[in-house]
Structures are given as structure tokens and as C-alpha cells.
Design a protein around this ligand. Structure first.
Ligand code: SAJ
Length: 468
């Protein structure tokens, strides 16, 4: 019986003879391109940013992704990976096109799908029969069937499921760990039809040791948003729990540690908010994907409110500590440690530090920022070292859990700060007892108001009970 075109493509995937084009070489696209090249596929990356394309081709990539720079150089040397700005040639030759373009929110907080639209238009112009289109970008529900497929079909005069196949496979990559996550995490294969499912599964089976869950496109689109919304709401719960514990008089970190010993409980960590390019955006996309929920109430707006309140709460803690020494934020010098949205990244998108700095400047504080990873200062003065940042400062707010902040020399910093220095620790990075023994007024979101209990955590009590 004559092989169907999809059987040919399936064989080419299984033999790694299929040529792959990856559209978008950012945090998702470049690890994706490098990983498939490392498996033996011929991969061409496409990006409108000629600087990134040049860095990749010249082996001078600037990246924090673990192992990526080495792998890109190696794949370039093996001739398995190249990058271009103009998509047409790469797309014409490719058997598989993987779309990894950004889908940020616009000023009206709607998904900006212009990058996705442009990518689809570019692909459609050269789309031929017997190709697989893979979408890895996070999209609002129904985008694949109401925007992507119509563009691909209209511009190419081809039919999805007949002439080409399509799957929606959202990423689950933590920044910095992209290659490992791509190769190990379970993946959703949202398939247009059974042939698309077979082709998409074959492709990711080659690349991924994790489980592949085949489903329909819409379920995969909503599941991706649900995953990140779950984390966002869980972070909001952790933040509200911290505020409750503070009032009740217990250490929230201790409570969370205890509660998480339940085999089916996983409470996240309190902090100064939920930043980054994904969690708040995906929560918003999920919330706006349906009309008002039938019963009128909704957890999601409340979670957004809690997480957005946290930067204000952090500044309130600083203000309370300053008032304990007869000072006000107005005129006090506050050093904000960390402008990246989380530890170990240089990305400041939706960073809670921006909210903290905005609130501090509203209260007329003098602000200086210090971040060893991120150049952003949100308009505030920027220090090059922690000592420079705290010179003449009244208060330090530790907003980001960079690993460097676990090793701050508090004694040295205290010597250059004003009398009665304050630390507001958003992520419980600093040892409370040590800070206080050095003369700092130490405050933290998850610290109880009844601080006498704080110094004796569960472990301290156990240790003291055993006379250690
Ligand atoms: N945060 C808390 N408490 C927690 C965990 C996080 O306050 O217990 C805060 C962080 O400080 C940060 C924010 O939440 O401000 C988000 O951090 P995150 O690690 O939860 O998530 P992201 O934004 O780094 O999610 C990334 C996304 N992928 C990329 O940006 C490439 C997302 O799509 C992935 O699903 C996610 O990693 C992942 O899979 O880990």
C-alpha cells in the first residue's frame, strides 16, 4: 500500500533525518534548537534579532542557561545548528517548524499575539505538504485553532490534517535549566488529529525521557495556563498565610515546613510577590479566557490582589521598623537588594522589586539598588557592590533570593550603615538571630509579630530538648 505522506515524515523523524526550523531563539527557542541538534537533527534557528543570530553563529552566545553555550558551539562545529534572520530558506527546507515566539501582555493586558501572527505568516508563505508545525509559545485558549491554523491554511492554500500536521506543546522550562527541563519534564502533546499526535509524539519521544500526554489542542492550551496559575495562586496563598501567621504569632516558614510534611500538601514560599514573564500573565490569560464565573466569585482576582499587595506590605514593614527608631521613610535611605524577579536570573520583567521601589519613592525615601545579576534599577540609584549600596543607609530590603545574598557580610555592612540599621528580608535569606546579635532590627514577611517564639524553630526546640 502506498505510504501516506505522514508515514514518510514519521520515518524521517524516527531516523532523525527530518530538518527542523525553530522560529524564535529566546529562552525557549534556543535550548529547543540546541537540544534537537544534539540528538542529530539538522536544525536552523530563525530570529529577527540579528545580534542573537550573529552570536550563535560566531559561538559568542551570552546565556545563563546551564550548558547551552557549550552545546551551541559544539553543534555549530558539527554543522548541525545554524541561525538566520531571514526565515524563508530555512522554512522552505524544514520538515518540522517549531514556533517559540513570545506572547507578552499588551498595555490593555491582552495577549500580544503579533509575534505569533508574523511567525505564522512567514511559515505559511513557504509551507509545503508533509510538514509538522509545533507551537511551544504559551497562548490564550483557542488561539491555535482560531488564529494559527487559519493563517497557515489561508496563506498556503493547504489543509491542516491533510497536507500538514500540527501540535501544541507548551514549554515547562525553568529559566537557567532549559536543556534539562526540555529533556526530562513530562510534555503535553495537544494534537490537531491522530496523525499530528503520532508525529508530535515521535518527535518529542526522541528528545524527552518524560511522559508524553497526548490530548486535544484546547486542553493543552488551558492546561499550560492552569499549571502556571496554580503556582501563582499557591504563591498568593503562601503570602496570605504569612500575613495570617504574623498576626497569630507563629513563624510562617515553620508552619509551611510542618504542613508540607503532609504527603499531599505542597505550600509554596511567601515573598514580595510573583514576578516574571509567565505566572501573572498566564493567570490573567486564564481568567480572561471565559466570561465572569457563573457563581460570581473567583479565586484568581483575589490572588492577583494578594500578590500585588506584597511589595506595599514590604515597604510597610520598613516603615514600621524606621518608626521604632523615630525615623520615617521620607528622607531615609533604603537599599533594595535584588531587582531581578527571582534568584539567579537577570530578568526583571514584572519584578516585585519594581513595586517596592515605586512604593518607596511614593513615600519619598532615598533609594539605591544592588543586584549582581540584573542591570535594572527601575530609575533608582544603582550601586556596584553591597557595601556601596548600604553606605549611609538606614534600611536594607532583600527582595530577590540571589545565592550571593546568603553570604552577605552583615558585620561589614553594619559598619557603614547609619545607627540602628534595619533589614527587611522578603525571602528569609538572612539568619534572624545573627542579624539581631549584630544589632540589626530584623523584620521579615513570614516572621511572627510575637517574635519571642521566632528564635526557637522546631529544630531549635528539638535540639535544645536533647541538650545539644
Ligand atoms: N515565587 C514565590 N514563592 C515560590 C515560588 C516562586 O514567591 O514559592 C515567586 C518568584 O520569586 C518569582 C515568581 O514567583 O517572582 C515566579 O517564579 P517561578 O519560579 O514560580 O516561575 P517562573 O516565572 O520562573 O516560571 C518559569 C516559566 N518559564 C520561563 O520563563 C521560561 C514558566 O512558564 C515555567 O512553567 C516555569 O518556569 C517552570 O516550569 O518552572
Amino acid at each position: 500500500m502506498k505510504e501516506s505522506v505522514s508515514d514518510t515524515l514519521l520515518e524521517m523523524i524516527e531516523k532523525k533525518e527530518a530538518k527542523i526550523a525553530v522560529f524564535g531563539l529566546g529562552a525557549i527557542g534556543l535550548p529547543t534548537a540546541a537540544l534537537f541538534a544534539s540528538l542529530g537533527f539538522q536544525v536552523t534557528g530563525i530570529d529577527v534579532n540579528s545580534k542573537i543570530v550573529r552570536q550563535i553563529n560566531d559561538g559568542k552566545l551570552q546565556t545563563r542557561e546551564f550548558g547551552l553555550q557549550t552545546l551551541v558551539i559544539e553543534m555549530r562545529q558539527k554543522g548541525l545548528l545554524s541561525a538566520v534572520v531571514k526565515p524563508s530558506e530555512a522554512l522552505t527546507e524544514a520538515d518540522i517548524v517549531i514556533i517559540c515566539v513570545q506572547t507578552p501582555l499588551d498595555k490593555q493586558r491582552n495577549a500580544d499575539l503579533s509575534f505569533l501572527q508574523k511567525a505564522c505568516e512567514g511559515i505559511a508563505q513557504v509551507l509545503k505538504r508533509n510538514k509538522l508545525v509545533v507551537i511551544q509559545s504559551t497562548v490564550p485558549p483557542k488561539t491555535t485553532t482560531t488564529l494559527v491554523i487559519p493563517i497557515l491554511e489561508q496563506e498556503s492554500q493547504l489543509k491542516c490534517g491533510v497536507d500538514f500536521w500540527l501540535v501544541y506543546c507548551p514549554e515547562r522550562m525553568a529559566p537557567g535549566n532549559g536543556l534539562c527541563d526540555l529533556a526530562a519534564n513530562p510534555r503535553l502533546i495537544g494534537a490537531y488529529d491522530s496523525k499530528s499526535a503520532a508525529l508530535g509524539s515521535a518527535l518529542f519521544k526522541v528528545a524527552n525521557d518524560g511522559r508524553l500526554m497526548v490530548t486535544d489542542i484546547l486542553s493543552a492550551e488551558v492546561a499550560k495556563l492552569a499549571e502556571n496559575t496554580f503556582r501563582y495562586v499557591n504563591i498568593a496563598f503562601a503570602n496570605e498565610l504569612a500575613l495570617i501567621c504574623r498576626q497569630v504569632g507563629v513563624d510562617a516558614q515553620e508552619v509551611i515546613k510542618l504542613a508540607n510534611t503532609h504527603p499531599r500538601v505542597k505550600i509554596h514560599q511567601p515573598g514580595c510577590g510573583a514576578g516574571g514573564p509567565c505566572l501573572s500573565k498566564d493567570t490573567h490569560l486564564l481568567l480572561s479566557s471565559a466570561g465572569p464565573t457563573t457563581f460570581g466569585a473567583s479565586v484568581l482576582p483575589a490572588a492577583i490582589k494578594v500578590n500585588n499587595f506584597m511589595p506595599v506590605y514590604v515597604v510597610k514593614l520598613a516603615s514600621e521598623a524606621l518608626s521604632r527608631i523615630g525615623k520615617r521613610l521620607d528622607g531615609s535611605r533604603v537599599a533594595v537588594f535584588g531587582t531581578a524577579y527571582k534568584g539567579g536570573v537577570n530578568d526583571s520583567r514584572n519584578s516585585p522589586s519594581e513595586g517596592i521601589i515605586r512604593e518607596l519613592s511614593r513615600k519619598k525615601a532615598k533609594i539605591v539598588t544592588f543586584d549582581p545579576h540584573c542591570a535594572e534599577s527601575f530609575g533608582a540609584e544603582k550601586a556596584g557592590t553591597e557595601i556601596e549600596a548600604v553606605k549611609g543607609a538606614d534600611c536594607i530590603i532583600i527582595a530577590t533570593d540571589h545565592k550571593e545574598f546568603y553570604k552577605l557580610d552583615l558585620a561589614k555592612m553594619k559598619r557603614v550603615m547609619n545607627d540602628n540599621p534595619i533589614i527587611v528580608d522578603c525571602k528569609r535569606i538572612i539568619n534572624c538571630a545573627l542579624a539581631r546579635s549584630l544589632g540589626f532590627d530584623y523584620a521579615a514577611i513570614s516572621l511572627s509579630l510575637d517574635e519571642s517564639k521566632i528564635l526557637l524553630s522546631g529544630e531549635d526546640i528539638e535540639r535544645s530538648a536533647m541538650g545539644k
